[in-house]
Design a protein around this ligand. Structure first.
Ligand SMILES: [Zn+2]
Length: 446
């Protein structure tokens, strides 16, 4: 059960990735007879119909001013769309799985959206909605020993703690945090098969702790506890690098379901993004000796297009998703640029932006994990780091695409109203764009 069910993360994994990686491409062989059926990034995306940024203020004046402030008209358009889609979502959620408590596809994801809307619009009704949904989540915890923010019970507990904190109910908030921290020792020690990646592993638990500290505006969870998790991840990565005999290429290596994934959701880039956050790896020496060369190893996996493979050794340049490919790897690159400096990381990150601009309007739809909204966060990350209006413009164009929800013949996701696959994620992005310098990819960016 576990094995066949687990990689049910997004269609990408259950259908594409295992097949992809089992049938590893032999490029030479492919050229002989099958070149006509080569699938490319093109076949997964719809053609980007928008003109690119040309630097001319006339082309952006309906969107934002010379300081990057959104115009009242464009802000109004975003806000109206948020409200319109919210009522469609509320209606659709009536047929959602009542027992799915997760942030990824279930009630906690909806609660997280309302928490976000409460912050953006300062309307108390949003906070009450968040409470309503997270209470529903708490009643149906997975109890599957999943420990992460996105797919396990840590998400509902962390989000509930923050909801109660905002409602000024400190005892209930503390109660949630205490329940969450009961997992800490198990996560640090690892129970046999506990992975390290974000969706099901240690980093997904770690995010819950960072989320609480960030939302409370203080170190509610002492830094030591967070560092212990990073230490366990480094020990695990060092061990796996030896086991796979790749120490000469990369001091750290991580596996999930017998594959060495590269992207943000299951792979190396997601793990390194967190290891590079200030203070999380307590030893600066380790950061330079172990993390930096491991980041450089991921950089070396870049395809000529500027995109990244879903798994080490996979030659097919197909997926431009947050979960697999450049829209997720970019966060590692920008963090490496911040921490280690040098022009290389930023150049690679800018290249991710070009890939997403060209191939990021996915046939899979408008969601966060593998859709246009998630891909649009690539531009917001670049805008925050560079201040270049080109990236803000591109984010606005992807928002325009998302505001035409359902009009491009995209496929309907399995959970069409959820945070990570469906409409809740699109709404989250549209609301985030109202304050572009503060925007952060939910349940991931710190
Ligand atoms: Zn995905």
């Amino acid at each position: 059960m576990a094995v066949s069910h687990r990689p049910s993360h997004p269609s990408t994994l259950s259908t594409t990735i295992p097949a992809l990686s089992r049938a590893r491409f032999k490029p030479g062989k492919l050229m002989e007879g099958r070149s006509m059926v080569i699938e490319t990034m093109d076949s997964r995306a719809l053609r980007n119909p928008y003109s690119d940024y040309d630097g001319n203020p006339a082309s952006t004046q309906s969107l934002f001013d010379s300081q990057g402030r959104l115009t009242p008209e464009f802000s109004q358009r975003l806000s109206s769309k948020v409200n319109e889609l919210l009522s469609v979502m509320e209606n659709g959620l009536r047929s959602a799985d009542p027992r799915d408590c997760t942030s990824y596809t279930g009630w906690t994801g909806i609660a997280l959206l309302y928490l976000h809307l409460h912050k953006v619009f300062s309307e108390s009704s949003f906070l009450h909605k968040a409470q309503e949904y997270v209470s529903r989540a708490l009643k149906s915890l997975t109890r599957r020993h999943d420990v992460t923010f996105l797919c396990g019970d840590a998400g509902p507990l962390a989000v509930a703690a923050v909801v109660y904190h905002r409602l000024q109910r400190p005892q209930e908030a503390d109660d949630c945090i205490n329940r969450l921290m009961q997992y800490h020792e198990t996560v640090v020690k690892g129970s046999g098969s506990l992975p390290d990646e974000l969706l099901y592993g240690r980093m997904g638990f770690l995010f819950s702790l960072l989320f609480i500290n960030q939302q409370f505006g203080q170190d509610k969870i002492p830094l030591d506890y967070i560092q212990q998790i990073c230490e366990a991840v480094i020990v695990s990565g060092d061990h796996q690098s030896r086991r796979f005999r790749v120490q000469n290429q990369t001091p750290l290596m991580f596996e999930w379901y017998q594959e060495q994934y590269v992207g943000a959701a299951h792979g190396l880039a997601g793990i390194y993004y967190f290891l590079m956050q200030p203070g999380l790896v307590s030893s600066v020496e380790q950061l330079h000796r172990l993390v930096k060369p491991s980041v450089d190893y991921v950089c070396g996996l870049k395809f000529p297009s500027g995109n990244y493979p879903p798994c080490v050794g996979d030659e097919r340049d197909l997926l431009v998703h947050w979960c697999h490919g450049s829209p997720g790897v970019i966060y590692m690159l920008l963090q490496a640029y911040k921490v280690f400096g040098g022009p290389g990381y930023l150049e690679d990150a800018l290249q991710c932006g070009e890939v997403v601009w060209r191939y990021g309007l996915l046939k899979k739809g408008y969601g966060l994990c593998h859709g246009a909204a998630g891909n649009a966060y690539t531009f917001l990350a670049l805008y925050r780091h560079t201040g270049d209006h080109k990236h803000l413009y591109r984010a606005c164009m992807f928002a325009d695409w998302c505001m035409n929800y359902g009009r491009h013949g995209c496929r309907t996701p399995d959970t069409p109203f959820s945070l990570f696959e469906g409409m809740a994620g699109t709404i989250y992005f549209l609301a985030d764009l109202l304050q572009p310098m503060r925007a952060k990819f939910p349940a991931f960016e710190v």
